[in-house]
Design a protein around this ligand. Structure first.
Ligand SMILES: C[S@@+](CC[C@H](N)C(=O)[O-])C[C@H]1O[C@@H](n2cnc3c(N)ncnc32)[C@H](O)[C@@H]1O
Length: 388
């Protein structure tokens, strides 16, 4: 496919997305109905679509509206190109650029330039301070691909060598001793032997750093209270923890036994009605549901779906989870609270409110990561009990 034909395909998918469709499903059905498109074309169209979702606001402002066509005109202008070069109407290119298309608009607001929703900008500015613009800028771009080396099975240098034999180039990342950043061959990972045999897992580097911050000692009994797909359960188990995974929606954990078997670790699944109280755990970890604002590079739809009301709901859910966990704690249980958010209301403010409700507890560590550190935005706090 020509670059212009790929843009035409992206316009079609984006129109479906703007009409309320899910980007992933739209890309799959586009590929099914255009069998001539090879894997390189499909990957290129996918990149165009996801770039436009991440940069929806700036592209719409530059392209003059909220349609697939306007977004892709905006994308061309954002890249410093004249849209008339792609919008020619020749062959499979989009219809020729003409008077119906908006002229360039140079006067974008900072929020438009940074693809930041207006309603959230004051909170993000207050949360990020001087990092507001660089973090929002980082969230407009594709995330790097990171792997977690399964240190229970292989060391990091050996893993780099094994991946190299599969045509995958990776280098250590400073956020975690288990983290590798993939610099070439990322699309080969899931077909490769190192991944299939559980020597490496796909996991963001800051997500790995969050697990490191929990300072696991081998044999620690850990309840991963919001286990979801189990990315952090697996990382905890690889560090020698005895992990029990729980989620309010157990279907989310359905792949976890298979992933654990592949990694050569054991993770028990614990349904809500069998959660034991009375100090059965050394650590209860809550990777709480959140706005996902730290991961908007990977899941850009979340940036446009979030509303003030949903953020309030999420904060209430987070507080409720922390209170549920206290009830399951014994006198020596530690609590780990994490979000993949950069919004203070979900992070430091949530911890401060918890400490006000539970004066017997103290915060012994808290760390915030932003995409400026390389990985996704994350927050982690360790809560321990006062023993006076
Ligand atoms: C951020 S995701 C977890 C991601 C996961 N830890 C990982 O690393 O792959 C949050 C999870 O919390 C679960 N959840 C939401 N409310 C909950 C509650 N009240 N109790 C337990 N889990 C809850 C959701 O179903 C979701 O799977």
């Amino acid at each position: 496919m020509t670059p212009a034909a790929r843009v035409a395909a992206a316009i079609e998918v984006l129109d479906g997305w703007l009409a309320g469709g899910a980007a992933e499903q739209l890309l799959t059905s586009w590929a099914r109905s255009h069998r001539f498109a090879g894997s390189t074309d499909r990957a290129a169209i996918r990149d165009l679509v996801y770039d436009a979702i991440r940069c929806r606001r700036s592209y719409a402002a530059l392209g003059g509206g909220e349609s697939g066509r306007a977004l892709m005109i905006g994308a061309e202008r954002a890249a410093g190109r004249d849209p008339a070069e792609i919008f020619t109407g020749e062959g499979y290119a989009p219809a020729a650029f003409g008077p119906g298309d908006a002229p360039p608009r140079p006067d974008l607001s900072e929020e438009e330039r940074l693809d930041c929703p207006d309603w959230l900008a004051p909170q993000l500015r207050a949360s990020l301070g001087a990092d507001f613009a660089p973090v929002m800028e980082a969230l407009r771009h594709r995330a790097p691909v990171f792997l977690r080396v399964n240190l229970a099975r292989i060391d990091r240098d050996e893993a780099i060598g094994t991946l190299a034999q599969e045509g995958i180039t990776a280098r250590p990342h400073p956020l975690s001793p288990s983290a590798l950043e993939v610099t070439e061959g990322a699309r080969r990972i899931q077909q490769g032997a190192a991944y299939a045999s559980g020597l490496v897992e796909l996991q963001d580097a800051a997500s790995q750093a969050v697990v490191d911050a929990l300072a696991i000692s081998p044999g620690d009994r850990v309840l991963d209270y919001c286990a979801g797909g189990g990315g952090k359960s697996l990382a905890l188990a690889a560090q020698g923890a005895e992990v029990s995974a729980h989620d309010i929606d157990p279907r989310r954990m359905s792949d976890l036994p298979g992933r654990a078997a592949r990694a050569g670790v054991t993770v028990g699944l614990l349904p809500t009605d069998r959660l034991p109280g009375g100090g059965s755990f050394d650590l209860i970890f809550a990777d709480a549901p959140c706005s996902g604002s730290g991961a908007w590079r990977r899941s850009p739809q979340g940036k446009w779906d979030l509303t003030a009301r949903r953020l309030d709901e999420l904060c209430a859910i987070q507080a409720g989870i922390l209170d549920e966990i206290v009830r399951l704690s014994g006198p020596d249980t530690r609590i780990g609270y994490a979000t993949c958010s950069v919004i203070e209301a979900e992070n430091g403010a949530q911890v401060a409110a918890f400490l006000a409700r539970h004066p017997g507890w103290q915060c012994s560590l808290s760390r915030s990561f932003t995409p400026r550190d390389g990985g996704d935005g994350f927050f982690i706090a360790l809560l321990t009990q006062r023993h006076e």
